[in-house]
Design a protein around this ligand. Structure first.
Ligand code: COA
Length: 167
């Protein structure tokens, strides 16, 4: 029973992340989506809000798949958390060449901290190569419609967040 950990900031979840989750479920019996609560990035959504958004978005998965995904928040080292969970591998999406150096560096650091924890990269789907969480935040902040790039609940939460910040 392989267990994969898919870690990220998910601020917020995008359709690109959802595609990686769906593909990850073909590789592993269990998938833990792990939200990094501590980050150099100043998040728009709290870790708890990000967790709630991902859990709500996962309702779009068929029930047997949904049961195989867990969403957690973590702080500290990802390698330590994944080892504590007895993960078999880390999962990351690769959108293109721009991601590669950074992702290889992260994979190497994690592998040196946890030698039995390889990182498996999945190529982003054609339609989500250009999506990032910050692009979504920027679009929503300027009143743009993000419905094509994120699950419906995330698009609503982004609009509500920026409306609240403006009021
Ligand atoms: N679809 C859409 N967007 C994607 C994507 C995909 N398939 N794959 C990556 N991205 C985007 C994200 O939206 C994010 O965009 P943003 O920068 O505009 O917000 C960006 O790529 C990369 O962010 P993310 O995937 O969230 O990873 P991260 O680089 O912020 O790292 C952790 C987050 C939690 C994995 C990392 O900080 C971590 O491991 N923290 C623990 C500390 C640790 O162990 N450090 C040592 C390891 S180096």
């Amino acid at each position: 029973m392989a267990l994969a950990v898919y870690a990220g900031s998910f601020d917020p979840l995008t359709n690109g992340h959802m595609a990686i989750i769906r593909s990850g479920l073909r590789l592993a019996e269990r998938l833990v989506v792990a939200i990094g609560a501590q980050s150099d990035k100043k998040p728009l959504f709290t870790a708890k809000e990000r967790q709630g958004l991902i859990m709500a978005a996962l309702k779009s998965l068929p029930p047997p798949d949904r049961k195989r995904v867990e969403v957690i928040t973590f702080s500290g080292l990802l390698a330590a958390k994944a080892q504590a969970l007895k993960a078999d591998f880390l999962l990351r999406g690769l959108r293109g060449g721009a991601d590669l150096e950074y992702e290889l560096q992260m994979a190497a650091v994690n592998r040196s901290l946890a030698p039995n924890l390889p990182t498996v990269f999945l190529p982003a789907e054609e339609g989500s190569r250009f999506i990032s969480s910050s692009m979504l935040r920027q679009l929503a902040a300027l009143g743009g419609n993000v419905a094509a790039f994120a699950p419906a609940n995330v698009a609503q939460a982004l609009a509500a967040k920026y409306a609240a910040l403006k009021s």
